[in-house]
Ligand binder design. Structure first.
Ligand code: GLU
Length: 294
């Protein structure tokens, strides 16, 4: 069987402006795709309207364009893909792999929030739909940077939500259906999602989809050691100043700053970055900010 051509992606949620941590994931996934001679796609993960910030989608896409990072195909918006998600859910319901669940967060509090069987004290107007995760569902995969990762999804996560009780699609379902439908071969993203990968692999198996290769990049931390987060609107990128941001992301990816000297625009800088990128230099540890002087 021949290996399918490399297809990577960057999939931001529009919860605020892109920040240096998002650029790290965007540039890292772009460089790895180019290094493999592959394609790189942008997907807008706007399935969570309560967390979507007005204007953030356009702002994020404009910032990526200013950085010279352009999708190799049409930008996909998850909010326009209900039919795909519904068909996947219907298949899982029809085979008994998914089930309706009326449990609330409060009902599950006595079980540490983990669902192993329904304990609902009342019916909801609209139940959530969960994937059944039987005992023995341990999933292991080889992360491109961190090596072998294993999780007992039954014990640590339990039956997880595919469609929420408020009717919105869960991230786990949308991301798996889209990675499958877009024939993504390589998922490169921040290490905050490491914990989600075993769930996504289980769901791929349930839907008969191939499992891509995974590589989780280190996170940029704030001064308190927490992940920089878009929703806190921390340090948004300035699209009018792409070069310093790209240079910083390049250095945070463990690459040699000197390789980019002299580039006067994003296209020239990215061409150099692509030529000099060395995946073996990618850091394995999260990145703390430099202490401020004084
Ligand atoms: N939408 C997610 C985020 O912005 C990323 C999902 C993914 O790369 O799988 O954190």
């Amino acid at each position: 069987m021949s290996t399918p051509p490399y297809r990577g992606r960057f999939a931001p949620s529009p919860t605020g402006p892109l920040h240096p941590g998002s650029l790290l994931a965007a540039l890292g996934s772009w460089l790895l795709a180019r290094h493999a001679g592959g394609q790189w796609l942008v997907r807008v993960e706007d399935v969570d309207p309560p967390r979507t910030v007005a204007g953030a989608i356009d702002q994020q896409l404009a910032t990526l364009a200013a950085m010279g990072l352009a999708s190799d195909g049409p930008v996909v918006h998850q909010s326009r893909r209900d039919g795909l998600y519904q068909r996947a859910l219907d298949r899982l319901l029809a085979t008994g792999q998914a089930f309706a669940c009326h449990c609330s967060r409060r009902d599950l509090a006595t079980q540490h929030g983990i669902h192993h069987h329904c304990v609902a004290r009342s019916e909801r107007a609209q139940p959530a739909i969960r994937l059944r995760v039987p005992p023995g569902s341990t999933v292991a995969f080889e992360d491109g940077l961190r090596g072998r990762i294993a999780q007992d999804v039954h014990a640590e996560v339990g039956d997880f939500v595919l469609r929420r009780a408020d009717g919105f699609w869960a991230y786990q379902l949308a991301v798996v259906v889209d990675d499958g439908q877009q024939r993504i071969t390589d998922v490169v993203r921040g290490a905050d999602l490491l914990d989600s990968t075993p769930r996504q692999i289980l769901l791929q198996r349930a839907l008969g989809l191939p499992t891509p290769a995974y590589l989780h990049l280190p996170l940029l931390l704030d001064a308190n050691g927490r992940k920089l987060s878009k929703s806190e609107a921390a340090h948004p990128l300035d699209p009018s100043q792409p070069l310093p941001a790209l240079r910083q992301a390049w250095a945070d990816l463990g690459q040699d700053r000197a390789c980019l000297l002299g580039a006067t625009g994003p296209a020239a800088l990215l061409a150099r970055a692509r030529a000099h990128f060395d995946p073996s230099r990618l850091p394995r540890q999260d990145i703390a900010p430099c202490p401020s002087p004084g």
